[in-house]
Design a protein around this ligand. Sequence first.
Ligand code: PLP
Length: 448
Amino acid sequence: SPDYSSWPVRSVRSRELYDRARSVVPGGVVGQGRIYDPYPLYIDRADGAHVWDVDGNRYLDFHSAFGAVLLGHNHERIRTAMETCLRERGVTFAAAHPLEAELAERIVEMVPCAEMAVFSCTGSEATLHALRLARAVTGRQKVLKFEGNYHGWNEHLNWSVHFDAENEGGPAERPVPYAESAGVAQSARENVLVVQYNDTESLTRIVEEHRDELAAVIVEPMFFNAGVVLAEPGFLEQCRALCDAVGAILIFDEVITGFRVAPGGAQQALGVVPDLVTMGKAVANGMPISVLAGRRDLLENLSPTGPTFFSGTFYGHTLSVAAAVACTQFLSETPELYDQLDALGRRLRDGLREAAAEGDAQVSVESYGSVWSMHFGASSPRTYRDISKTAKTKNAGVQRDYQRWMLERGVYIHPHYMIRGYLTAAHNADHIDHVIESSRSFFAAHRS
Ligand code: PLP
């Protein structure tokens, strides 16, 4: 039974809610990614850079809804767009409406590979539609993904993500697909190929071995599901070249990076252009909408112009599209936002590195723009296996201690198999300095 005394903050109401919720909701939460040890903190509201739990504790929020919040919670422009939509148009029609074309035009303008765009609700749907489209246009079945990259829960891509790669992943140069969930159709396995991130040599070999069967390569162009792990020079370029050589579709999964690292996402920042892109999260600053965009000749294979089924009751949901139009408009008008986020990210990274060095802490800190991560280990990982070696065993305790230390000091960070945080436009230098100073005291107190 949970150790109820161990939350560092007063959380009586959260505990009461947990006791109530778990008799009707498995584990009291609708998803395994919620902060949960020994029981969830139930969040009451959010505004700007802060969230408040149901006991009235206020935290600086670096979870930012898994990165979906980019402009800060309850941003005025988005709220106004949604209020206007609610008042003047309604919630949803499941019919074509004028805001859809407006949003698609904005995306085509902002994102390099986008000649057309369609909308679904979640990232998992967008990646599934992208893969199905790639299969439809190539007439092939296999998909190549990278170990640790997360593309959502769908059957075809929920392989080799958060597992114990050392013991369950097979040889490093030829990984074996690992089903991330009970109940995944085992028949999906035969069409999944897995390669380690940044392992250009194995990638080349395996693509060539399957050159006539490969429908798509799907990749996180910045591997943020492992913290901040960047593609090494030449890696994404090789993905592009191999897809061109064997006639496979290159899909960039920009569900996190889209709109967050640059107005046109990682493909704009890095200069490698995929055939298809999936985006979600930040496009509407937290409203549920995802985007599949890319080459016109591919997108026109979606129904109704092509034979590839595409439909969903809530696709193009009016309120979400209104939020996305307002958000993309704001991002286009405010290019300086990216420099501001970058400066804050560097301030945090440099401050954390200095505090760690001062406390002799074995941690590696990385950032890219508004995303930062901290691994308890001497060097920064370049593949998922680097993390898998230590994260689940050696580091689990210290990460949990760090999270609790930070909660006690009013900082809300989501630990995964690493510490990862997302900055928003609502964060400022004082907020960053508070994280640095709180971390400094943690490193000092845990000096080994
Ligand atoms: N792709 C990436 C890169 C993600 O990080 C996620 C979610 O974290 C998804 C896809 C799935 O998105 P969703 O949770 O909206 O289904």
